[in-house]
Design a protein around this ligand. Sequence first.
Ligand code: FAD
Ligand code: NAD
Length: 485
Amino acid sequence: ILMSENFQVIVIGAGPAGYVAAIRAAQLGLKTACIEKWIDDNGKCKLGGTCLNVGCIPSKALLDSSHKFAEAKHDFSIHGISSNDLSMDISKMLERKNKIVSQLTGGISGLFKANGVHSIFGAAKLLANKIVEVTDPSGKKEQYTADHIIIAAGSVPITIPPAPLVDDIVVDSTGALEFKSVPQKLGVIGAGVIGLELGSVWARLGSQVTVLEALDDFLPAADLTISKETFKTFKKQGLDIKLGTRVTGSEVIGEGDNRQVKVEFTDSNGKTEMLFDRLIVCVGRRPLSENLLSPDSGVNLDERGFIFVNEQCETEVRDIYAVGDIVRGPMLAHKASEEGVMVAERIAGKKPQINYENIPNVIYTHPEIAWVGKTEQELKAAGTDYNVGIFPFSASGRAMAANETTGMVKIIAEAKSDRILGCHIIGPSAADLVQQVVIAIEFGASSEDLALTVFSHPTLSEVVHEAALAVSGHAIHIPNKPKRS
Ligand code: FAD
Ligand code: NAD
């Protein structure tokens, strides 16, 4: 085994947690290496992790393509635009997605060069005494040492015994980004974020989609008002979401192109079977912590396999940190990147903190669903007194002009102080609208602060303004309940 250089910082993993940490550390003048094992079809190292290669970016590329198709098919006519003879070239859609991914992953290589981050290709294992062993694709091992180590090895899809993956028939989220044709009947196990996003992609392109969800509640992490509205909206769009469903088995039947998958499940009606052309299993992700730590590395996992860290992402070994999907908290790219930045800056002697209470969540369906902070049911359970303001997009002139009137903005503020505690949106551009309230919360704003802010007319953000006004019963463009002076 070769013993190579010492670095001030070694980052394991080049996803949004790791590559961002590496760039920030190098910006701060630290001699930094980033180790990545992701291998592309040509045997080359690919940076960007789950998010860029098989996650956020490719899924949004397909969501945007399929949305344009569905919009042209169903919604253009109301504007007087005819779109007969519409067709979709799936291979072109996939080609566009792949091009965007390559552009972005290549962009990270460029950023590494520009910032002086040393890129190392291979699988890393953390040994004792801050030694990192890297095995390259040919099997050659090399060891590096570092003053500080940041583990950012990310997560992988969970598989379940009743639905093992089979070729391109029973797939995880990665396979669902690659279907070569539109499956006529598509099954989805799990009505979480991936199930809704990727289920929507193929439903818009013509699949008949059935979603099998184990829980009785739909989107339990979302505010109840929003999850109810979301369920109704998706039902109208043709997603058949079966709650309280336990998948007990699956079997691929038929030959060649005619292969189908038979799925057995139990629900309140008892045992049922359904036949699908394709099945997506998206029941959550798990931390990728195997083959990563030698037993004497000193870094411990929690009971669910996540690397155990404190609020500052410090492991139990001094100068070893872990960030992103491999630690507690939401598995979101923006949370991962902010943790990467925080740790790089703390290594350099700065003292930033992340406000874990103020991390936005988005589901990129159409309409979008987005929220931040506390839900009404959480506040009720905690016994907090609060006021709620709701404003529907159907009362917004701009939403009407855009023919995008589904949904609402709901703002919740603490009764005594009027401090904003949460914002919950289903509607057009919800992802960008919620960010306005994320900023307000970060600045400690009250609903009155938002109410006193001038919003451009006519914009969708006026719906945020009116929801803030509604908290104290002052909304202008809907009757307020109760009417307040
Ligand atoms: P990852 O992105 O998983 O990166 C970890 C990297 O470490 C990988 O490249 C891996 O190869 C590498 N690695 C692992 N072990 C080793 C080792 N031993 N040696 C060397 N390298 C190693 N989040 C959002 O916020 N918004 C979205 O819209 C969104 N959409 C998503 C859509 C899909 C279909 C999926 C699957 C996920 C989506 N996510 C989204 C989640 C997001 O992708 C993750 O939260 C994010 O990628 C986590 O970043 P990370 O750097 O912690 O881990
Ligand atoms: P998820 O946790 O969002 O949803 C999984 C769903 O599957 C849950 O509703 C769960 O109750 C259900 N489930 C679990 N086991 C089941 C079983 N045996 N049968 C039927 N249903 C079952 O997970 P996901 O959709 O796989 O996504 C993984 C993670 O990736 C998410 O938690 C999220 O953090 C991240 N992600 C984020 C975005 C985004 O931010 N827009 C998009 C995609 C993925």
